[in-house]
Write a protein that binds this ligand. Sequence first.
Ligand code: SF4
Length: 321
Amino acid sequence: MQLVGIAKAAAAAPTLSAKRTVSYSHLPTGKWINRVADSRHSFDWSINPYRGCEMACQYCYARYTHEFMELRDPTDFETRIFAKQWHPASFRDELARIPLSQPIAIGTATDPYQHAERRYELTRRILEVFATHSGRKLWITTKSDLPVRDLDLLTRVARRHLLYINFTITTLDATLARGLEPKAPRPDLRLAALQNLRQAGIQCGVIASPVLPGLNDSEAQLTALAHAARAAGAQWFGGGVLFLKSPTREVFFDYLTREHPHLLARYQDSFHAAARLPIDYQRRIEQRFDRLRDATGLGRKATPYLPPDWESGRQLALDLH
Ligand code: SF4
């Protein structure tokens, strides 16, 4: 088969280094910032510095994106990691074409603070660009404690832009988390990172996605998580229910077979014909989050603030009201 486009670039990408189970490659990229077509999102543009993600979450919906590179084994997503080749001038050019009013999210398909970030520092380089101007609305979503490395830089960015950081925490149970998210930092480390960032004045919240029936959806588990988020200083709390389709479905069913065989038939029935769970389950979970927010005083979503070094404060005031 003749490979074209990103599949050809991925096949030709030289391997930079290989750990026992993971290889890293540089991927030429002509576009750093992508338009988000789905109007349900609160951002218009996305930045994903890496393709693939070593955190290896068993439920990760983004596994299918490696198929664009003709990498058909769904576990390739967690073992063949591509770091986009950094071209600061191209990045700046792309950014300059995006109106300040259009929010940008970093880490929508892969984690911007995954392990590869320790060696390639692409997210850090992106933040360094944002630290040179002001007036944007930025989101970062991560399952890592690595943002603490960039505390000074994030603080500078948060003084110039509206910066919001989502920490994804699905459970406080370290054993459950180890099975579900084998290479992500422990939940308590993520909470500690959130606390660190909050003490520096950075806006942070906890997203408990995905909610997984029979695993992390009980009142007791979500209540404990909401209170831990509150204690760490989180400002908002929420989460969505599992979305499961091939090839992630097969990976997740393998995980259930290994670790929670009593749940396998229930999940197979539920996701046999649809990628989402029935609407009444989704509503019950939404109501559970509503109750927990009421009980803890956590917000449903981030609230605007006025960054001290925002150069167009008047415009911000108009946007906010
Ligand atoms: S951290 Fe996010 S992108 Fe990475 S494997 Fe987990 S769910 Fe997927």
